[in-house]
Design a binder for this molecule. Structure first.
Ligand code: SF4
Ligand code: SF4
Length: 160
């Protein structure tokens, strides 16, 4: 595949995947279908309750360490305006998943207030948190449908 067609495919499918922190409400709604609704297990969830799709384009770009794909991820995920990364540097653009253990934590994850809060509380996921319903972190305010879905997930988790 040429670099150009690789880039086109990447852009075409890139918006359908990725961390909810970085997506618009309409895309977030699509992601609700990825949620673990039956027997939710906090250990298998990202901190917010989302599960990273295997075909996340940011992850693919990071694993391949491909500067062309990373540049596309930089633009798709609006790293400049949303995360203050004013200059593209492929060595600084990567994401290996919300709960990555053995890889460096990228800027997007570092700036997620939900992730930071859950880690501070020593929780595997916000579905374990008694304050979820009233929590007003930016992520929840930005994606109310997503928050409601996570609250429903919490109800199921607490019944188990
Ligand atoms: S906790 Fe934050 S960084 Fe992790 S998946 Fe959720 S929104 Fe993304
Ligand atoms: S207060 Fe609870 S629900 Fe809110 S971000 Fe922190 S761990 Fe998650």
């Amino acid at each position: 595949m040429t670099n150009l067609s690789k880039r086109r495919n990447f852009i075409k499918s890139g918006l359908a995947a990725g961390c909810t922190l970085l997506l618009t409400n309409s895309v977030s709604a699509r992601l609700l279908s990825h949620l673990q609704v039956e027997n939710p297990d906090p250990k298998k969830l990202n901190y917010c309750g989302h599960t990273c799709p295997n075909d996340c384009k940011f992850l693919i770009a990071s694993e391949k360490n491909d500067p062309v794909l990373k540049k596309e991820a930089y633009e798709i995920w609006e790293m400049k305006t949303r995360f203050g990364v004013t200059e593209f540097d492929p060595d600084k653009i990567y994401c290996f998943g919300c709960k990555t253990k053995n890889k460096p934590v990228g800027i997007r994850l570092q700036k997620c207030d939900v992730r930071n809060c859950a880690i501070d509380k020593n929780l595997e996921s916000c579905i374990e948190c008694k304050d979820l319903k009233t929590c007003e972190k930016d992520l929840w305010k930005k994606f109310p449908d997503f928050k409601n879905a996570i609250i429903q997930m919490q109800v199921k988790y607490l019944k188990n």
